[in-house]
Design a protein around this ligand. Sequence first.
Ligand SMILES: Nc1ncnc2c1ncn2[C@@H]1O[C@H](COP(=O)(O)OP(=O)(O)O)[C@@H](O)[C@H]1O
Ligand SMILES: O=C(O)C1=C[C@@H](OP(=O)(O)O)[C@@H](O)[C@H](O)C1
Ligand SMILES: [Mg+2]
Length: 211
Amino acid sequence: MEPEIPRGQANLSSRDLPDPQKVREVQEDYLEKKRPLIIIGPMAAGKSYIGTHFARFYGFSFVDADHLIVEKYGPISEIFEERGEEFFRKVEAEVISEVLTSPHFRNCVFSLGGGAPMSDAVARLLRGEQVVYIQVDAETVRPRIEHNKNRPLLQPHPVQKWSEIFEQRAHRYEELASYILDARGGRPITEMAAELYEFLQKERSEEDINE
Ligand SMILES: Nc1ncnc2c1ncn2[C@@H]1O[C@H](COP(=O)(O)OP(=O)(O)O)[C@@H](O)[C@H]1O
Ligand SMILES: O=C(O)C1=C[C@@H](OP(=O)(O)O)[C@@H](O)[C@H](O)C1
Ligand SMILES: [Mg+2]
């Protein structure tokens, strides 16, 4: 079983990634330009859900790190089962690095898996980027995870495991966040998307002023 990546909405794929050599050649140029909006937060916070809808509402491309991993390596639960978490973290860091160093993806919305920012290599890539932390609590995610077997790290007691893992990760999410989006209680997507867009407009107009 797969995590709930809204696949139909992910309109960029790993097949779209350009040749790494070409990436290096244009890297200096594009680093000056607009960057992806990166979405982080705990499992089932709604990173993929909010990212997909936000991108669709406001005309951005959407990329999901888990989706890219599944495309390249197959179902996440099978990767964990057959090759272990360490391998998963390695490929996760690779796909994130590919997206963040590709000019092709520079103005997209990019949702990460909940554990990605815990890798120091990934955290380094995220520092200085526009990072939105989707903040939720156990009560918000409870109905989304309690009968769901798609996230290997939450088994066999999803709510208890979620809370333990969240406690270990909350500090890193806060540290990396340029904006914290309160998604507690499963707020309506239109309201959250509008709030996020306002943040982005402000950030980007400040960037333009400073250019
Ligand atoms: N604000 C929300 N309102 C309604 N459903 C939501 C909301 N946020 C998330 N969901 C649902 O919760 C589940 C988990 O969301 P998902 O985006 O996959 O989380 P994440 O990517 O953070 O793990 C999905 O079924 C999604 O549709
Ligand atoms: O938090 C984690 O360690 C994980 C989160 C998952 O993504 P979501 O946060 O989108 O569920 C997925 O990457 C994998 O199951 C591991
Ligand atoms: Mg997700």
